[in-house]
Design a protein around this ligand. Structure first.
Ligand code: ADP
Ligand code: RBF
Ligand code: MG
Length: 429
């Protein structure tokens, strides 16, 4: 049995956990299968492809053929070949998952031995790492590190007889880390797929899941010891590992746990609200568009929505969640100065939105709407993951609390590094 609170080793899955390859792979699969069996919708293919994630390529291809009843249409090996041909890692910039760099950098600094346990073959891994620039920035900005440098040992899918959900790859990782089988509970595994979680639990490890599957499928992660919205939210101390030192507490705002969230509640009892200053502030600029028409009407909280499409690459660097920072209107007649701002960047689980949105609430009153005006937002800190709530009143209360965290953090001057953005703060420019 795994025992929480005693981990001293970390084992990572790669795709979907540390690097964002899932969307690239799914696109390739959809485009290949679509041409083979016309009667299947893209939606069905995507849905099935999602469920096959986390396995070795041929295992995933075999499961996909079964799920989509492709027998007689194509053999798993052939499907895999076709998909691999489509998947050109050359020249693609594979982004790292939000929070991955911070987590790896911290564990490395704390000298926690780390293993990579990926279903990818050694050859494929080399290709991904070479032709794609997966440089993870360290806290020292000038230094760029290759992802693989973080790991003491690396285990690939072609080194084992059976792939995930079989535990073999985690047994191999433990062996290479020098951990005995009976001490499996001392390893904390990070996974994004149900297959990966099954493998880790079957090996007897502790397992943290950060789902890459859609919210409707979160039930499939039940066997994980803890499920988080993103790597930003991982609380290492709950597993006996060193506690992150970069969260800042706002000692004037009491912590109350959210209700109605689908993910496993955090065990620790926190006293105060907190925030995490971003290593790199993010500027998001664009015209204010019409949103869902709910903000002012339903919540009494207007949010000046920005179009996500042109800002996609930038916001993909952030975990979906609640942030704070500053905003300014740029129209010649509309220059009103700099305003403190809290915002949600994500899917608003309470409303179950299918599209991502960027929703900044400027913390001051405006006499008129400013649709179509150019708004520039500077995101400086992360507050929390997006949550569901049992009532709309609870959602409103929580958003107001986010505003309080923002106000207090800025009143108390808890965010350093703002002076480096003096150009942005100069509204007369
Ligand atoms: P929508 O669903 O179209 O975004 P909202 O009810 O959220 O509508 O209202 C947002 C609009 O209200 C913004 O686009 C902006 O023009 C206006 N607005 C007025 N005051 C504020 C404020 N303090 N913060 C954000 N938007 C505001
Ligand atoms: N929506 C959610 O479903 N869950 C949240 O946790 C949540 N937090 C928010 C925090 C802030 C600071 C803001 C401005 C909005 C938040 N919302 C959240 C988004 C809210 O649902 C959205 O603004 C309205 O639905 C209007 O479109
Ligand atoms: Mg809005």
């Amino acid at each position: 049995m795994s025992s929480q609170n005693e981990c001293s080793f970390a084992i990572f899955d790669l795709d979907g956990t540390l690097i964002n390859t899932e969307a690239i792979v799914d696109d390739a699969v959809v485009s290949v299968v679509k041409t083979m069996k016309k009667s299947i919708s893209e939606r069905e293919i995507f849905d099935a492809a999602e469920d096959c994630r986390g396995q070795r390529p041929l295992d995933a291809s075999t499961e996909l053929c079964e799920k989509l009843s492709l027998n007689g249409v194509v053999e798993p090996v052939e499907l895999l070949t076709k998909c691999s041909e489509k998947l050109q890692w050359d020249g693609i910039d594979i982004p790292d998952m939000p929070g991955a760099a911070r987590l790896l950098e911290f564990l490395k600094r704390k000298k926690v031995p780390m293993a990579l346990a990926t279903s990818t073959s050694a050859k494929e891994l080399e290709k991904k790492m070479k032709s794609a620039t997966v440089n993870i920035k360290s806290s020292d900005k000038s230094k760029k590190k290759n992802l693989l440098e973080y790991f003491d040992v690396i285990c690939c899918g072609d080194e084992v007889a059976r792939g995930k959900p079989d535990p073999e790859i985690f047994h191999l990782a433990m062996e290479r880390l020098g951990v005995k089988r009976e001490d499996a509970g001392r390893c904390l595994v990070f996974e994004d797929t149900p297959h990966g979680v099954s493998a880790a639990k079957a090996a007897g490890c502790c397992c943290v899941a950060v789902p890459s599957l859609r919210r409707e499928k979160f039930d499939m992660y039940k066997s994980a010891d803890r499920v988080y919205h993103s790597l930003m939210d991982v609380e290492l101390e709950d597993f006996g590992l060193p506690k992150f030192e970069d969260w800042r507490e706002v000692k004037t705002v009491e912590f109350v746990a959210e209700d109605g969230d689908v993910l496993s509640a955090s065990s620790r009892t926190r006293k105060y609200e907190r925030f995490l200053k971003l290593e790199q502030f993010l500027e998001l600029t664009g015209p204010v568009i019409r949103g869902f028409g709910r903000g002012s009407k339903m919540l009494g909280i207007p949010t000046a929505n920005l179009d996500v499409v042109p800002l996609k690459q930038q916001i993909d660097k952030l975990a979906p969640g609640i942030y704070f920072g500053f905003a300014k209107l740029l129209g010649e007649n509309k220059k009103t100065g700099i305003h403190r701002t809290v915002m949600s960047i994500g899917y608003n689980p309470f409303f179950n939105d299918k599209r991502k949105s960027i929703e900044p609430w400027l913390l001051r009153e405006f006499e008129e709407d400013f649709y179509d005006e150019t708004l520039s937002v500077l995101v400086v800190a992360y507050v929390r993951a997006e949550c569901n709530f049992t009532t709309v009143e609870n959602l409103i209360r929580r958003i107001k609390k986010d505003a309080k965290v923002c106000e207090e953090a800025l009143d108390l001057d808890l965010v350093e590094g703002l002076d480096e953005w003096s150009d942005w703060f100069d509204v007369n420019r």
